[in-house]
Design a protein around this ligand. Structure first.
Ligand code: ATP
Ligand code: MG
Length: 181
């Protein structure tokens, strides 16, 4: 099992600390409408660097922070951690287990990123997952509506997905970065 665990606190409907453990190859998350199933998908993409508020189904980034309910006050920080089994060294980092964390503070608007509890930049997380198939735009996450948008995509957008899957996105990005320097 590659993604072992998700820990959420203050993210969307997950006000209290919640830990979801994936202990089988096939997992189904079921529940009534609005119980938070898609919020789990949002949380995974958010940690993997999603910056598009629209694709997180909000109108500002602070909409990912628990905004209160009849029983509970709003909170001021969202934090999500993904825990990956890296015993096969799928991620290019010398740890058997890799924890990737993202935080957002409501008041300051400040975002924080961590790899194995060490502060890092968003760029470090993007580099870690780039070309592994894990990126937020990769085929490892297929959200509602993805299939039809893939079928209807412009050829160059569809090509970007193939490039990510083939593992060449990293080289294209480095080339563009050096050309733009
Ligand atoms: P469906 O079966 O209809 O797809 P779902 O289980 O996927 O439902 P989600 O979209 O994950 O449901 O969750 C929606 C719920 O999350 C709504 O009740 C909404 O109020 C709640 N929610 C979203 N953002 C926040 C937030 N910032 N604070 C509190 N609750 C939130
Ligand atoms: Mg849903």
């Amino acid at each position: 099992m590659f993604l072992k665990r998700i820990e959420l606190q203050g993210f969307k409907s997950f006000a209290d600390k919640s830990v979801i453990t994936f202990d089988s190859d096939v997992i189904g998350i079921v529940g009534p409408n609005g119980c938070g199933k898609s919020n789990i998908n949002d949380a995974i993409r958010w940690v993997l660097g999603e910056q598009s508020v629209k694709s997180l189904r909000g109108s500002s980034m602070s909409d990912v922070i628990f905004s209160g309910s009849q029983q509970r006050k709003a909170v001021n920080m969202a934090e999500v951690t993904l825990v990956f089994d890296n015993s096969k060294h799928f991620l290019n980092i010398d740890y058997e287990e890799v924890e990737v964390t993202r935080r957002l503070h409501r008041i300051s608007g400040e975002g924080e990123y961590f790899i194995n509890q060490t502060p890092c930049r968003l760029k470090d997380i993007l580099n870690l997952v780039m070309d592994t198939g894990l990126g937020k735009d990769s085929l490892s996450i297929i959200s509602q509506g993805n299939i039809s948008s893939f079928a209807e995509a412009k050829p160059e957008d569809r090509r970007a997905l193939f490039e990510e899957a083939a593992g060449v996105a990293k080289y294209k990005k480095r080339k563009n970065d050096s050309l733009n320097k």
